[in-house]
Write a new protein. Structure first.
Length: 424
């Protein structure tokens, strides 16, 4: 087996600026689009971002239907509901207005209505068959209303597979939105708790992609089309990840506490920057471990998410694992962990490589405390007795866990979950 010899940078198309959502109808008209499926969730349906999008479509004379039943932390069942809606009329483009859940649902609708297949065909192996997307999809415009997932820049779509109580997804560069419309007017209504959770997702995306295994250490694929989207850290992703971290250090707290236009705009940009970074490098253990954490939720109902079912928001489930993970992974590439801490504002001039993991984790914990994130997995309902199941749920997440700079077996994962139960 030969090692990987190259990496590929799939650029993402984004447009940034306050008020640009009003241009969307003109974009679609210029593409000769006739009939659009607009996806959103029930809470956003009556709020300004959706209103602006629909007005813009009307002004441009574009026909549309609104699907407002996207679920926050979507499931295979809610994906299928949206796909059915997408099949019910001849839509020739899609517009997603919402957070990662809505954008990911729209990607799945675009895929399964363009190339109909058994639901498991495109799902990542080993849970699904992992078949590549056959070809380009229809236009999809993504209008994020949270500053977090970076889903507007990626070819990844994540959902909960109910029967396995696990998160999984579809990943292929053809899923990437045609254009991400990044408009700070669309996060004005974002509750502070959601800004905190999604903002810490950005922080973890950037740190995970920066500390992921170097791309040259993967195995060379047989054909270039088999080269995964998540390739490991590489010189181009590094630039985006580090810049995203700098922006998080400067603007995240302000975007949560003061919610001024500038800091919210910069966090939206940071989310996209991190999305370009991790969309090509990949995430690793904090995300891999987050999938069972949110998939096995018992009764947690977080502030800021008006849903009538228990959820652990994605960003929260990720950042709860992150300090434990970086303590574990630092031994593999301490310089990168120290660099991450430095970019987040720590003076590392007198810190030895042996302390890199603790120093970086302490800095993350400061953000978590300041932003009122729960103190470890115990505060969202887990105890030591749940760890075997959490480990079981992490092991199949190869797509991300194999990018960990330090390989983690079942015992390592159990030790990290134990460490993540309580932090302060
Ligand atoms: Fe994430």
């Amino acid at each position: 087996m030969k090692n990987e010899i190259g990496f590929e940078m799939a650029a993402s198309n984004i447009r940034f600026g306050p008020g640009i959502t009003r241009e969307l109808g003109m974009d679609l008209a210029d593409m000769k689009v006739k009939h659009v499926m607009v996806l959103t969730d029930e809470n956003l349906r009556t709020l300004p971002p959706v209103h602006t999008v629909l007005q813009s479509l009307e002004d441009a004379g574009i026909g549309f239907k609104l699907f407002d039943r996207v679920e926050v932390e979507p499931t295979d069942a809610s994906f299928k509901k949206a796909i059915e809606f997408g099949q019910s009329e001849p839509f020739d483009a899609f517009v997603a207005v919402g957070g990662g859940s809505t954008m990911d649902t729209a990607k799945a609708v675009n895929l399964y209505t363009t190339y109909p297949a058994d639901f498991f065909d495109y799902i990542n192996a080993p849970i699904g068959k992992g078949k590549p997307v056959p070809g380009p999809l229809k236009p999809l415009f993504a209008v994020p209303t949270t500053a977090g997932t970076g889903s507007e820049t990626t070819g990844v779509s994540i959902f909960d597979l109910i029967e396995m109580r696990a998160k999984t997804g579809i990943a292929h560069r053809y899923l990437k939105p045609t254009l991400g419309i990044i408009d700070s007017e669309n996060t004005r209504t974002l509750p502070p708790a959601v800004a905190a959770s999604t903002g810490l997702d950005v922080l973890s995306h950037a740190l995970e992609s920066y500390t992921a295994i170097p791309y040259q250490t993967r195995t060379l694929p047989e054909r270039p089309t088999l080269r995964p989207a998540y390739q490991g850290s590489n010189p181009i992703s590094d630039v985006w990840s580090l810049q995203a971290l700098r922006m998080v250090a400067e603007y995240l707290t302000r975007a949560v506490e003061e919610q001024d236009d500038e800091s919210r705009g910069m966090m939206l940009l940071a989310a996209s920057y991190a999305g370009v970074g991790f969309g090509n490098a990949g995430c690793h253990l904090p995300h891999g471990m987050s999938y069972p954490v949110s998939g096995m939720v018992k009764s947690y109902n977080p502030d800021g998410y008006p849903v009538d079912y228990p959820i652990i928001p994605h960003g929260t489930s990720v950042i709860l694992n992150a300090p434990a993970v970086f303590r574990f992974t630092a031994a593999a590439c301490p310089e990168r962990h120290l660099e991450g801490a430095a970019v987040l504002g720590v003076d590392v001039s007198n810190i030895s490589n042996d302390d890199a993991g603790n120093v970086l984790s302490d800095r993350i914990l400061e953000f978590m405390q300041r932003l009122n994130i729960p103190n470890g997995l115990s505060e969202v309902g887990y105890g030591s007795e749940d760890i075997p199941a959490l480990v079981e749920g992490t092991l199949p997440q190869h797509r991300v866990t194999k990018l960990s700079p330090r390989p983690a077996g079942a015992e390592d994962l159990a030790a990290m979950f134990e460490d993540a139960l309580n932090y302060w």
